[in-house]
Design a protein. Structure first.
Length: 219
């Protein structure tokens, strides 16, 4: 066996992950990164793998591995099929955030719309579904931005950030166990939330700080 025995979501999804307008230099850097990661993976092996828990969302494995540099180790791996995170822009420039109670965190959090990707879904397809289910909006355009590992020390999950524009109101379809409040925030309001450290969710911090760096003066 090579790498770990979890089934991972595609590193780039059906869309290529970086958007169609990526610059040639960026594509060249991405190609180099992929080639380098491929070499590292070829130097890693899974000697044994044991599933210790299998749930609805995750599977937990304990694996004996040999990593690059001939490092032998026992790794506990939480397998997750991947998820999507949505940056939803209203026509007036406000941003949609949702608030829900998170049992693991022990508190309610303001977050970007997000959810797990179903088998065979592209990031755009998952974003479209989650935006409708959680917030009750449809999007005219969905643009994949980048993907990242939220906790690569133990978790295989890859999160895909997708920007949504041209929103129109529809009927939300939350899961039976979800109680979701939808908030609409101006740039000034969510910047103040960041500065006051009221945003605690990692994927939301990643998305909002990307937005600040991409459009320093707003858009």
């Amino acid at each position: 066996m090579d790498r770990h025995s979890c089934v991972l979501s595609s590193p780039q999804g059906k869309d290529g992950g970086t958007g169609a307008d990526a610059a040639p230099q960026s594509r060249q850097k991405a190609k180099f990164s992929i080639e380098r990661n491929s070499r590292l993976r070829s130097n890693s092996r899974v000697l044994s793998s044991k599933t210790v828990f299998k749930g609805r969302v995750i599977t937990v494995k304990v694996e004996e591995v040999v990593e690059p540099g001939r490092i032998k180790a026992t790794r506990e791996v939480v397998c997750h099929s991947g998820s999507v995170v949505v940056l939803p822009h209203l026509h007036d420039g406000r941003l949609l955030l949702v608030r829900q109670y998170r049992h693991a965190a022990g508190q309610a959090l303001w977050e970007l719309v997000a959810g797990g990707m179903e088998r065979g879904e592209s990031p755009q397809e998952a974003a479209r579904r989650e935006l409708l289910e959680e917030a009750g909006y449809r999007a005219r355009s969905l643009t994949p931005l980048f993907n990242f590992f939220p906790s690569p020390g133990v978790l295989t999950e890859r999160m895909h950030l997708v920007e949504a524009r041209g929103l129109t109101l529809a009927q939300a379809r939350p899961e039976p166990d979800e109680r979701i409040r939808v908030g609409r925030f101006t740039r000034r309001q969510w910047k103040e939330m960041l500065e006051a450290r009221k945003i605690k969710d990692g994927k939301t911090l990643a998305g909002l700080y990307w937005l600040l760096s991409k459009y320093p003066q707003g858009r």
